[in-house]
Every structure is written in C-alpha cells, then in structure tokens.
Write a protein that binds this ligand. Structure first.
Ligand SMILES: C[S@@+](CC[C@H](N)C(=O)[O-])C[C@H]1O[C@@H](n2cnc3c(N)ncnc32)[C@H](O)[C@@H]1O
Length: 272
C-alpha cells in the first residue's frame, strides 16, 4: 500500500461497527442489574441460568457468567460473523472456567431447543423482526417451553407517537456520534425501516452500519400474544420522566399508566 493510500484512511474506514454498537446501544450492566433485581423481587430467589436471544456479540451472556460461579448462560444468534466477533473480543476475556459456563449457539431462535433456564432475555427490540402474529406467537411458545416453571422472559419495548414516523436522533459519545434513523414507516403495515449511522470528528461517516426492518408492535397486542402462548402474567416497566423537565430518567416503574408520550422505553416481562 502506498503512502497516499494509507493517508486516505478515514476514521470511518478504520471503525469497528460492533465495538461502536456495544458502546452506543448496549448497557448490559444496567440491563443485568434490572434482571437480577426484578427476578429476585418476583421469584424470591436469584436467577442463575440465562439465555440471551438475538445475542449478537453476546456481551450480556459474557457479563452474566462473570457475575458469579453459580451462573450459566446460553447465547443464541444465527449470524456466524457477529458471533465470531464476540468470540474474539468478548468471550476471549473469560477464564476457561467461566467460558465453560457459557454455551454459544449459532441458531435461529424460532427453532433452537435448549435446556430450561431461569431467564430469557431478548433485547434491543430484535423480536420485532417478526412481523406476522403467527410468527411472534410461535417465538413466544418456543421461549415459554425453554423457561423453568418460575422463570421470567425479559423483553424491551417502546411506544408513543414518535414510533410511527420517520425521524433522526443524534447522541454524542466519546470520539463519535451515534445516529438513530427511522428512515421509512408504512402507516398501513406498521413496518419501520431503521438505520444506525456513526459520524466521526474528521467528518467521515459510517452510514448504515446496521439496518433493521421491524414491525412496530403495540404493548397490548404483545401482551395478548404472550398470554396466548401460555404465559400467565405480563408486566410493563415503563421509563420514568422527570415531572418538571419531562426528561426521561434511568428508572423504570411497573405501570400501565402512560400519558400521551411522544416516546417511552420500557421492559415487558412475562411469567409462565
Ligand atoms: C439488534 S442485534 C441485537 C444485539 C443485542 N441483543 C442487543 O441487545 O443489542 C440483532 C441480532 O439478532 C440476530 N437475529 C435476527 N433474527 C434472528 C433469529 N431469527 N434467530 C437468531 N438470531 C437472530 C441478528 O443476527 C443480530 O445479531
């Protein structure tokens, strides 16, 4: 490679999209704290076994086994590339003993059969890839089968008028900007096409680092499908807002009460 060529590499050219994703989208420490706290509160015992569906780089499963010698995890994703990245950058930091408590499966979550676990988590709205009610029902049935009797399914969810429109949201992070784009919305089918872009201080851009096509599901319908799949109870934990500034807080409360919010984030849990 010539000197000119080396010089022409931008920050975007050198960026690692999975590392940027972990830094900007995921907060596995917070999410695992939430699972630990809610499981203990609801079941009166600690959760020990966890399956991470749509695991991507499996960072959450890795942190789970790091949280204690009595903990086991199963991580499931059907994309060999992202699992390979996770193996190299996340699983590699585990000791052989910790790695022995983590099973990584390259498989479709609609088909995979695993041992029963205390917790299944499916985060970052990945279950919204499933667009048909029948497919969502099948997924929830599969998950129900893979939970112990006093297990809990943890999903994340969002709602509010802003879900149903195109928009861009920017966040400044350490050394780059994260851009969430809702690029296209079909007001008949509720199909939403979204992208994640990363922008850098040298003005270079990593456009469409990740793209998703989701159906925007309503909380009520999801809860009905969970009940149809054999779950007995569901709870929504909705993000709290500062009553003075209306700013979203990192606190979640069990409630069905939601005003005319433009955008709310939350967790939907389901108990067998
Ligand atoms: C948005 S990432 C989610 C990563 C991580 N769970 C998180 O919370 O950020 C979605 C992942 O789901 C995986 N995926 C999509 N459909 C799947 C399916 N049917 N079975 C298994 N993995 C799937 C993709 O390969 C991708 O790695």
């Amino acid at each position: 490679m010539g000197k000119a060529n080396r010089k022409s590499k931008t920050m975007a050219d050198l960026a690692d999209r999975h590392a940027l994703y972990q830094e900007s989208v995921q907060n596995s420490e917070f999410e695992l704290d939430f699972i630990d706290e809610i499981f203990k509160e609801q079941r009166g015992r600690p959760a020990l076994s966890m399956r991470e569906d749509f695991c991507g780089t499996a960072i959450s499963a890795v942190e789970w086994v790091e949280r204690g010698k009595d903990r086991t995890a199963i991580a499931v994703d059907f994309d060999a590339e992202v699992l390979g990245w996770g193996e190299k950058h996340n699983m590699s930091r585990l000791t052989p003993e910790q790695r022995g408590r983590l099973e990584v499966l390259e498989a479709d979550v609609l088909e995979v059969e695993t041992a029963k676990v205390d917790v299944i988590q499916a985060y970052n709205f990945s279950y919204w890839f499933f667009q048909e009610r029948a497919t969502m029902l099948h997924y929830f049935r599969q998950v129900r089968k893979a939970l112990v009797d006093d297990g809990i399914l943890f999903l994340d969810i969002f709602g509010g008028s802003e879900c149903y429109q195109t928009q861009k949201e920017k966040r400044k992070l350490d050394g780059f900007k994260y851009i969430w784009e809702q690029a296209e919305f079909n007001a008949v089918t509720n199909e939403l096409k979204c992208h994640i872009h990363f922008h850098f201080p040298d003005k270079s851009k990593y456009k469409k680092a990740f793209s998703y096509t989701w159906r925007v599901w309503g909380a009520r319908e999801l809860r009905e499908i969970l009940i149809d799949a054999g779950f007995s109870e569901t709870v929504i934990y909705r993000q709290k807002f500062d009553p003075k500034t209306d700013e979203a807080l990192d606190e979640y409360i069990a409630t069905d009460d939601a005003e005319d919010y433009a955008c709310w984030l939350g967790y939907l849990i389901a108990k067998p």
